[in-house]
Design a protein around this ligand. Structure first.
Ligand SMILES: [Zn+2]
Ligand SMILES: [Zn+2]
Ligand SMILES: [Zn+2]
Length: 490
């Protein structure tokens, strides 16, 4: 296998895990270990008209490619930046009559890049696309069928004048996409809007309690030719101290689950048995399953409430997908009432309901009730997540906003500060979400000062603000998680 060189990391054979990356120097929390541009990336089918095809930012107005009328860009800078990767795609879409689905577009972009640069190592890459794992041998019947459909659609789309690849190679590329593609979010981190391949990132192994996090940064194209101009990239960031020689790890799944469930998910989606310390020892499983201590409920009651929670969650998902938010709230309240005397607040089933309840109630602008649930959720999360976990940071941010909107300025400001501290590590100071959060921190601090000086005046001012302007409406609660993660069809 051919490998490239990168300054602060090196490829090594990790015991029981195959290839891995390790640090060749010491790192501290918030250090960027490496940044990597996408080898290839595409916007999801459902976002092709609202997200820029170069930087994946969601924009009010996008410019359309005059040739294919399919690609959309922020401006000339993003369009120019895209041309090398779009040129062949543009002609092929015109010829094909319509754009193929995201999977096919991504595979085609990868192939055109291979046609252009060869199959060897690309500059800055530690591993070539050829050497990435495809797990095609692990595919079940369904997956084999999907693969054949993808290969057929690809061959249908792929132009005769482009380099021709063997069926086996095309299958390899789809296998690579299937287990290595990384989802990309819009600049507010609210939605997964695209997907890309980042070869170096593929070398970072999983740990349920990792020492790094990976964050997608859309970059800043507006600041052309200035020091603030940055390009779209992922960043591998250290969550704490990492010693020289230590393996670098990220988590492919959300930590918020009992170890048995995480292991099941990892096996199903990524074809390996997790042997991380947290799984081996079942660390925190007791908290995920915790029940009330006094009086301690019987096992039968715990079983019954747990089953009820699972069933309610299914009903909630259905109601939420149909936009029946008041129904969602009703189901949440019922479930919380049933859980209350039995399950403790770090119990995974309680936390799931609290999270949905606070999110949906915020959306419905019932900020007081939402803030109660958000507070309980955050208290639970703090006992479970790594202190610098990105999902924790985002949850604390949303809880802080909810408190702020509810007029609970002290709690709200405290949470916003807490979230800001986490995001400085996980997202870095230049990320748009961190910048938003900093603005909120400054604004809420000012309001808090006013509140402490003169509570009466503060409430007067607040009332005036509220009556003069419609409160900023929260984003519609969506089903999919926006946390960047490795893409895998469930
Ligand atoms: Zn753009
Ligand atoms: Zn075009
Ligand atoms: Zn694990």
């Amino acid at each position: 296998m051919t490998i490239g060189r990168m300054e602060k990391v090196e490829v090594f054979t990790s015991e029981g895990k195959g290839r891995g990356l390790k640090a060749t120097k010491e790192f501290w929390a918030a250090d960027v270990i490496f940044a990597e541009r996408a080898y290839s990336a595409v916007v999801f089918d459902s976002f092709t008209q609202v997200v820029c095809h170069t930087c994946f930012k969601r924009q009010e107005k996008l410019q359309r490619c005059g040739q294919c009328k399919f690609a959309h860009y922020c401006d000339r800078t993003c369009q120019k930046d895209a041309w090398l990767n779009h040129k062949h795609e543009c002609a092929a879409i015109k010829k094909h009559g319509k754009p193929p689905s995201e999977n096919i577009r991504l595979a085609a972009r990868i192939m055109w890049r291979i046609e252009r640069e060869g199959t060897g190592l690309t500059e800055g890459c530690l591993v070539s696309v050829d050497d990435l794992q495809n797990h095609v041998d692990n595919f079940g019947e369904e997956e084999q069928k999907d693969l054949r459909v993808d290969v057929d659609s690809f061959l249908n789309f792929w132009p005769a004048q482009s380099q021709q690849f063997s069926m086996q190679y095309i299958s390899h590329i789809f296998g690579v996409i299937n287990c290595n593609a990384f989802t990309l979010s819009d600049q507010r981190g609210l939605q997964a809007v695209g997907v890309g391949i980042f070869p170096n990132l593929c070398l970072v192994n999983h740990d349920c309690w990792p020492n790094c996090t990976v964050i997608f940064n859309n970059g800043n194209h507006e600041a052309v030719k200035s020091m603030f101009h940055t390009q779209m990239r992922i960043e591998l960031r250290a969550l704490g101290k990492i010693s020289e020689g230590e393996e670098l790890t990220v988590s492919y799944v959300d930590f918020l689950n009992v170890s048995q469930e995480r292991k099941k998910q990892l096996k199903k989606q990524y074809y390996f048995d997790c042997t991380c310390e947290h799984c081996e020892k079942g660390i925190k499983d007791d908290l995920f399953l915790a029940v009330k201590a006094d009086p301690k409920p019987s096992q039968d009651v715990v079983k019954e409430v747990t089953q009820f929670s699972k069933e309610t969650l299914e009903k909630i998902d259905k109601a939420r997908s149909e936009g029946l938010y008041h129904e969602v709230v009703k189901l949440c309240r019922e479930c919380l009432q049933k859980q209350e005397p039995v399950l403790a607040d770090t119990n995974i089933h309680v936390l799931r309901i609290l999270s949905i309840a606070s999110e949906v109630l915020s959306y419905l602008q019932s900020f007081h009730e939402a803030s109660d649930y958000a507070k309980r959720m955050v208290d639970g999360y703090m006992k479970l997540y790594h202190p610098n976990n990105a999902q924790l940071g985002m949850a604390v941010m949303r809880a802080g906003l909810t408190h702020w909107h509810a007029g609970l300025i002290e709690a709200g400001h405290g949470m916003i500060c807490k979230a800001y501290a986490i995001l400085l590590v996980t997202h870095g100071p230049t990320h748009p979400i961190t910048k938003d959060l900093e603005a909120m921190r400054i604004q809420s601090e000012m309001e808090l000062r006013m509140f402490r000086q003169n509570e009466f005046m503060y409430h007067k001012m607040r009332e005036a603000t509220l009556s003069n302007q419609k409160m900023q409406v929260m984003a519609e609660p969506n089903l999919e998680t926006a946390t960047p993660t490795f893409l895998k069809k469930p």
